[in-house]
Design a protein around this ligand. Structure first.
Ligand SMILES: Nc1ncnc2c1ncn2[C@@H]1O[C@H](COP(=O)(O)OP(=O)(O)O)[C@@H](O)[C@H]1O
Ligand SMILES: [Mg+2]
Length: 463
């Protein structure tokens, strides 16, 4: 019995070498396939699974580098050993740069080649083992960092669970700070691509040329300023996941290119006519509703359907106010631990403020708020004056408004009603009293202005 053996593809245009190597490896228990040209080699690569590829560099119909590149493009995990005549050592070194495991100079020393092949297979097994372990680890600890028990959030996480194993494109929609990043990473970590790369790009605030070369890469000299070749993020995310954040901000010209890439499942670096196959799962996120952007002509409808094979809509914190307490407590625990402070909890007043605040910045704002409170806290309990002023008191003086935030009368009315509601702890009877309007009128205005009431307000307002 041989301890180490695997499957091997040997590509060489000298039939005597093919025969020698075939006998050598078969005797050692390897499964051997032979190819005498780049064309045959590519054909076998497409169907076969190999641990090791041994390829001559100079072949009748091309170069062994093409075999190497093709194996990488197909995302084969095979280790490649290149054979070279002594005159072409430089190309062998280039091949190493492209990811070959090793090179050997002809005439081939069989023992050395066997030994190198065994080393290569050992490395390949090790890499696979590490990846499997990492995957197991990530599977176990999948959702521990996404907190919340409200039905809307659980519904979203259920979709995450159901699609993680697949390769479908997912679109995550939600306001800023609702956890879109977190969910995108969770999908990746639960997917079979977990051991591959997770590459994120924020599409807002980047001009179209830069965004394009970020995504697809470029070759040296393809435009002024392209001083070197650049690998695009699609290539970087090969075998893994590409996360397009704020995809709604993507300029229309880049949208057109992206659509083509998704249809062809291949990319071309800017300025290059070489077509590279891609194997990347796409997850997109947007804080604006893409259907609105489609209506206003800012987003291509055909691309929208490609990105939104499955849609995950993350609720704002107002829509899951029941989770606020849970989040406050877990962030308190987390930050007390990292700042090494012994803080037991929140005072009644502080907690009331936290529960009543509508959290326009969602979980991110809440997290930052608790972090700063923990930092400022002097005693063993977070007091109301440890909280940011903006949470306790959101009023602005009139002068301030006129000077810095000029607004329409309607906006001012909305704001004024909102502030009065907050100042009365969302008591609608009191608010109507202060504003000297009937409760029905107040209710109508709340509806018209789409003022969001925190969940607690229904109990409070009936008091
Ligand atoms: N459900 C959640 N549980 C715990 N932390 C969360 C949750 N949602 C968001 N966060 C935290 O809030 C912050 C903002 O989340 P992020 O995913 O960046 O939001 P978005 O991408 O939607 O703006 C991050 O620090 C994240 O860890
Ligand atoms: Mg984000």
């Amino acid at each position: 019995m041989k301890n180490f053996s695997g499957s091997i593809l040997i590509v060489d245009d000298e039939s005597s070498i093919l025969t020698t190597l075939e006998i050598l490896f078969t005797n050692e228990g390897w499964a051997v396939d032979l190819a005498s040209s780049v064309k045959d080699g590519r054909f076998l690569l497409e169907k076969g699974i190999y641990d090791i590829i041994v390829t001559d560099l100079r072949l009748n119909d091309g170069s062994g580098q093409e075999i190497l590149e093709y194996a990488k493009a197909l995302n084969k995990r095979a280790e490649v050993i290149v054979l070279t005549a002594y005159g072409t050592v430089k190309s062998a070194v280039d091949a190493m740069r492209l990811g070959a495991f090793d090179y050997m100079i002809k005439p081939i020393d069989s023992d050395k080649l066997l030994f190198t092949a065994l080393k290569a297979i050992e490395r390949k097994n090790l890499v696979t083992e590490v990846k499997t372990l990492k995957k197991e680890f990530l599977k176990k600890y999948d959702f521990h960092n996404i907190m919340g028990q409200s039905p809307r959030l659980l519904e979203a996480l259920d979709i995450v669970n159901r699609i993680a194993e697949t390769d479908v494109s997912a679109l995550i929609e939600g306001e800023n700070g609702t956890g879109k990043d977190l969910v995108a990473r969770a999908i990746h970590n639960k997917s079979p691509r977990a051991s591959g790369p997770f590459v994120a790009i924020n599409c807002s605030g980047i001009n179209e040329n830069l965004l394009e070369s970020e995504l697809f890469g470029h070759v040296k000299g393809s435009f002024t300023g392209a001083i070197a070749n650049r690998v695009g993020l699609f290539e970087e995310a090969d075998g893994g996941t590409l996360f397009l954040d704020e995809v709604g901000s993507m300029p229309l010209s880049v949208q057109a290119k992206l659509l083509r890439v998704l249809q062809d499942k291949s990319i071309q670096r800017l300025g290059s006519n070489k077509v590279l196959k891609i194997n990347t799962r796409l997850i997109s996120a947007s804080n604006r509703r893409l259907t609105d952007l489609v209506k206003s002509g800012e987003f291509r409808e055909d691309l929208y359907y490609r990105l939104r094979v499955v849609e995950i809509s993350l609720p704002s914190l107002r829509e899951r106010a029941g989770d606020v307490l849970l989040l406050c407590n877990s962030f308190l625990e987390k930050f007390s631990m990292t700042m090494k402070k012994d803080i037991k909890g929140f005072s009644r007043d502080a907690l009331n403020s936290l529960l009543r605040y509508p959290w326009p910045g969602n979980v991110r704002e809440l997290e930052n708020c608790v972090e700063s409170a923990v930092a400022l806290c002097r005693a063993g309990v977070i007091e109301i004056d440890d909280l940011p002023k903006s949470i306790i008191n959101t009023e602005e003086t009139l002068t301030n408004i006129v000077m810095h935030h000029p607004m329409t009368l309607e906006d001012l009315e909305k704001k004024y009603i909102l502030e009065t509601l907050k100042s009365t702890n969302w008591n609608q009877k009191k608010t109507a009293g202060i504003l000297a309007i009937g409760r029905n009128t107040l209710w109508r205005k709340i509806k018209t202005y789409n003022i969001q009431l925190p969940a607690l307000s229904s109990e409070i307002s009936s008091v």
